[in-house]
Design a protein around this ligand. Structure first.
Ligand SMILES: C[S@@+](CC[C@H](N)C(=O)[O-])C[C@H]1O[C@@H](n2cnc3c(N)ncnc32)[C@H](O)[C@@H]1O
Length: 263
């Protein structure tokens, strides 16, 4: 994939699944849907806070954050088109910068909340730890890091099943998705110095009809279904993704964690 190509021109066979879904008109691109995002943002206590979002994507959560009246908002995404789309979504209410979440260029201890959804899962172990360390660095003591990612269950899931799921996700989503179990996510945060203060779960129902009606509304879901009907190549890929989510539905879940940098 060339990040410079507009999303709708990236080849259908290889474009990452989230951009494929965005092309259909899907706006909620994280595993636990709007319900888990809402729970996460509630726990983050955003009003009056200096907030950064890692990987705003198309700016959906950015808008929800801004509705909660933070003192300031800055988004960091590595993809130039995501930067343009999310800046357009929030207008002049905040700034979106193109950078990697591993090295944001933000000042140390300059923020009170960092939010990041559906972006750590797609990093390898080194990338995950670099991004978590960066969140720790930019947060003030007492600040909160709020993540919403894909998780594996149960905690003791066999290594072969883990590998099998990662391969199936990579083949269908075209993203090297490496979800962790709840205790592995917690350990990754604690290793950086965070204290986990809340954990919530939801089913991995990103491509289920009911979840789409909840997240996108009737009109949004109708538009997605209509686009699926008229785009056979996209439909084929979405069906393959859905099949993998269903095949491993017992082992896959969405997880939202709020962690605090000790005061
Ligand atoms: C699945 S989308 C999620 C977007 C948004 N957070 C949401 O939940 O709707 C993944 C986003 O992460 C961004 N991303 C992936 N790795 C990144 C990194 N290392 N630094 C910054 N952005 C990254 C991609 O450009 C993309 O916008």
């Amino acid at each position: 994939m060339s990040p410079a190509l507009p999303m709708d021109q990236r080849p259908t066979e290889s474009v990452p699944g989230h951009w494929l879904l965005a092309r259909l008109g899907k706006r909620v691109l994280r595993p636990g849907g709007l319900e888990l995002t809402t729970a996460l943002l509630d726990a983050a206590q955003l009003q009056g806070k200096k907030v950064a979002e890692f990987a705003p994507g198309i700016g959906k959560t950015a808008k929800l954050i801004l509705q909660r009246h933070p003192a300031s908002y800055i988004g960091i995404d590595e993809d130039p088109q995501a930067v343009a789309l999310s800046q357009e979504a929030i207008g002049d209410q905040g700034q979106i910068r193109q950078a990697q979440a591993q090295a944001t260029g933000l000042e140390s201890e300059s923020l009170e909340v960092v939010v990041g959804e559906a972006m750590l899962t797609m990093q390898g172990a080194k990338g995950k730890s670099a991004i978590i360390n960066e969140a720790y660095r930019v947060l003030e003591p007492g600040g909160r890091y709020c993540i919403h990612e894909l998780s594996l269950r149960p905690d003791g899931i066999a290594e072969e099943i883990k590998q099998e799921i990662s391969k199936a996700l990579a083949r269908s989503i075209h993203v090297n998705a490496r979800p962790l179990t709840q205790s592995e996510w917690q350990a990754a945060l604690e290793q950086a110095g965070f204290k986990v203060i809340s954990v919530k779960h939801a089913g991995m129902e990103l491509l289920d009809l009911k979840r789409n009606i909840d997240d996108e509304g009737i009109a949004g879901t109708t538009k997605i279904l209509f686009n699926l009907l008229r785009m056979p190549a996209v439909r084929k890929r979405v069906m393959a993704m859905r099949k993998v989510f269903h095949q491993y539905s017992d082992s896959l879940a969405a997880i939202a964690i709020v962690a605090e940098k000790p005061a």
